[in-house]
Design a protein around this ligand. Sequence first.
Ligand code: HEC
Length: 199
Amino acid sequence: MKIIRKIAILGLASLASLTQFQVLADDDNGNKAYEIDETTFSCINDMSRVRGFFVDNLDKSALDKTLSVANKGTGEYPAGSVVQLVPTEVMVKHPKGTSPATNDWEFFELAVSPQGSKFTARGFTEVKNRFGGNCLDCHKKAKPEFDLICETGHGCDPIPITKEMIAVTQKTDPRCGVMPTLNDKEKVILKQLKAAFGG
Ligand code: HEC
C-alpha cells in the first residue's frame, strides 16, 4: 500500500525553494506517521546531548529508548526519535513501514531565527542540504548497524565543517534565547561561519 502522497506546492511568493507538504496516512499496522510542523523543533540545547550530537523523542515517555540506542551507538532508533547535529538539520524516525527506503527517517532542513524554525526542505529521499548534498545518499552509507547515523567512522562521506564549527553552531542556536558569551576563538569561527553560510 502506498502510504505517502506528496503534494508539492510550487511558486509560493515568499519561498525561493520548493516547499513540500506531506500527507501521511496510516501504515498497514495502523501506526500513524508523526504530524510534524515548524513548531515541533526548538532550541537544540534543550535536547539530550550524546557525544557530539543531540537526541530527543516526540513522545517524551519514549526518550529513554532513544537515549539507550544513542548511548550504545548501534541499533535501530525507536519511532519518534529526533536527532540533530547542527540547528538547521534534523532527522525524525517515523513508525516502521512509513518509508522503507530511508529506514523510516524523515529529513528536514531548517532556517532558524529567534522567532523559531522554518522548513526550507523536508521529506524522505529527495531532501538536500545547503551544499547540494542529498541527505539520504550520504547517510545511507553508514553501516547497517548504525541506522543511518553517520558520526565518524560509520562509512558516510565527511561534511565540510569542522568539529569546532559544529560546536559553535550548537552554542549559538538563535532559537535558544540569550546569546552565550563566546571566547575569541569562537568569535572568529562564528565570523567564518557567517561568511560561508550567511545569516
Ligand atoms: C556529504 C554527506 C552528508 C550529507 C549530504 C548530509 N549529511 Fe548529515 N551528517 C554527515 C556526517 C559525516 C555526519 C557526522 C558528522 C560528525 O559527527 O562530525 C552527519 C551528521 C548528521 C546528523 C547527526 C547524527 C549523525 O548521523 O551523526 C544529522 C541529524 C544529520 N546529519 C542530518 C542531515 C540532514 C537532515 C541532511 C540533509 C538536509 C544531511 N544530514 C546531509 C554527512 C552528511
